[in-house]
Design a protein around this ligand. Sequence first.
Ligand code: TYC
Length: 101
Amino acid sequence: MADQTTFKPKTQTKTQLKHPKQYQVLLHNDDFTPREFVVHVLEVVFHKGQEISIQIMWQAHQHGVAVVGSYSLQEAETKVDKVHDMAQHEGYPLMFSLREL
Ligand code: TYC
């Protein structure tokens, strides 16, 4: 029999249907990608305004990592694939990752 710590309440399925898992998209700093390009992809792919995009870029630049936003898995993966393609096309090592919430 499952112990208390692994017991899953019957309501879980219902709760997960109402609140599908969210994933944070994280932006990682590197020494090569131009700051303007980072701001550009945040605007175009993540639909962030210019001021917020600059703030997110500086956060990653200064602290190594920044939270871009929270999305469904499909949305997060699509956006990250898109920015990685754009960066690769320009020859930049820009990296994003996902964190399950
Ligand atoms: N550190 C980069 C530079 O000085 C700019 C940069 C910022 C790159 C944020 C990635 O996530 C990043 N050109």
